[in-house]
Design a protein around this ligand. Structure first.
Ligand code: NGQ
Ligand code: ZN
Length: 453
């Protein structure tokens, strides 16, 4: 882990923008912060430095099918038919191809300004459904991809056991995903060991959804971790209807009635929620994990973000299906979805003079850090995850402070992220990951094999 000193002309600190900031980094973590400091010899000099953003929800392997599910069908294309294609793709992957795709996805995340990912990882077994000789083989491949690219990792091994509400048996396309609770507990132990070499990885759990987990299983899973707990919930109206038919309750309503949901939880999507569910989520201090690009791509619907934000709800963003990996675009689309519905502008940032870019960035920074169980921002004790915005990018011309964030999120094409340091180590320069050529070549060769087969 790296020791380094940064001198940042304009740094976004927890209390706001500061000038001429020296960040001292010890073993990858921020050891001291001094504003209005003089520059010294050997300092790494940045013009605009902001904290790296957490990406709280990813299925890395799905990057490999990005753009291949955009063809209409006679029966009407839906989330559920996309899922069939996704399962078909998943069945072609072996540990090497899985890792090569994950490395490509993680490299792109770093280039976009994400410095840690919450990997919601469920591809556990061989294509015939039998565990690998090392049951945590695929978890170890996620860890290897994080290590190869330098991305911070919060691994969320997924428990999956059923095809639908009421404990329906899994269908054959889901056989690579399946565990019983005891087998999952063993996987979790092994996965924890696989994370050790990363130094600052975090381990949590992810009951996949209320479709995939019975009430008894959910009750048995929660005590298996003291880390974060992530779950997909209420993403599609069909899922809400099926939950109502099964239990008489809506998914989020059911969850709050049957589990102690607190600040360790991340509710991914939570798209279809009523006012009572919004109030329960806010009161619990759980993070809602919004994935605006994927939710648009899959036709999920729009989360009632305005009501949730006004009540002080906590949120972060995730790249989920990785159909497009772009931190700025996730936040832009989150805001734009709400503007289109509200027929207004700057609908989330509250208060006279509050910048939308700053509001979105700060909110997503803190929510993702909470959901990924790390300290947020450029603060003493936090990982030295620093993103340099390109002062010379046209979109940044004649601007400063929050207007840089607004211009990055709303007005810049590619190239606004100039450089990225993760745990004090530089991994992106001039917008390119240091291993870009090798990783991209391996990715292309891998896909040619996987899709050509
Ligand atoms: C997933 N993805 O696990 O990859 C899911 C689809 C499901 C999203 N929900 C599968 N975006 O929910 O059953
Ligand atoms: Zn997901």
């Amino acid at each position: 882990m790296t020791d380094v000193q940064f001198w940042i002309e304009h740094a976004l600190l927890p209390q706001g923008w500061a000038r001429n900031v020296r960040l001292q980094v010890c073993a990858g973590r921020i050891a001291a912060i001094t504003a209005d400091a003089a520059r010294s010899e050997g300092d790494v000099h940045l013009k605009i430095g902001v904290p790296g953003l957490g990406n709280l929800h990813s299925h890395a392997f799905q990057r490999g099918m990005a753009g291949l599910a955009e063809i209409g069908g006679a029966s009407g294309d839906s989330f559920w038919s996309w899922r069939e294609l996704m399962y078909t793709f998943l069945h072609r992957l072996d540990p090497d191809s899985f890792q090569a795709i994950a490395e490509q996805a993680y490299m792109e995340m770093l280039e976009a300004g994400f410095t840690r990912v919450g990997e919601f990882h469920y591809l556990h077994h061989q294509p015939n459904g039998v565990a690998y000789d090392q049951p945590a083989e695929m978890s170890a491949r996620v860890a290897a991809a994080a290590q190869a690219t330098g991305l911070g990792l919060t691994l969320l091994p997924v428990f999956y056991a059923h095809a639908d509400f009421g404990g329906a048996p899994p269908n054959p396309a889901q056989r690579r995903l399946i565990h019983d609770v005891d087998g999952f507990a063993r996987l979790l132990d092994d996965a924890g060991r696989a994370l050790a070499p990363l130094g600052d990885a975090v381990l949590g759990i992810a009951p996949h959804s209320l479709r995939a987990v019975t009430p008894d299983e959910l009750t048995a899973l929660v005590p298996l971790t003291r880390g974060p707990i992530h779950i997909h919930i209420a993403e599609q109206t069909r899922e809400v209807d099926a939950c109502l038919a099964w239990s008489g309750q809506r998914p989020v309503q059911w969850l709050y009635a049957h589990a102690e949901v607190d600040a360790r939880w991340c509710l991914v999507h939570a798209t279809h929620v009523d006012a009572g569910e919004v109030a329960a989520m806010v009161a619990s201090q759980a993070v809602v994990g919004l994935c605006p690009i994927t939710e648009a791509n899959l036709g999920d619907g729009l989360f009632p973000m305005q009501a949730f934000a006004q009540a002080g709800g906590r949120f972060g963003v995730g790249s989920d299906s990785n159909v497009l990996i772009d931190a700025a675009e996730e936040l832009r689309l989150l805001e734009y979805g709400q503007r289109l519905v509200a027929r207004g502008r700057n609908v989330l940032a509250r208060g006279e003079g509050v910048s939308s870019g700053r509001w979105l960035f700060d909110g997503a920074l803190h929510g993702a850090a909470q959901a990924l169980r790390v300290q947020a921002g450029l603060a003493v004790g936090a990982s030295a995850d620093v993103v340099e915005l390109d002062h010379a990018h046209e979109a940044m011309a004649a601007r400063g402070d929050d207007a840089w964030l607004d211009s990055w999120l709303f007005a810049a094409r590619r190239g606004a992220v100039k450089a990225v340091w993760r745990a004090g180590r530089q991994v992106v320069s001039e917008g390119r990951h240091h291993q870009r050529d090798a990783i991209a070549a391996r990715y292309a060769a891998t896909l040619a094999k996987v899709l050509g087969a």
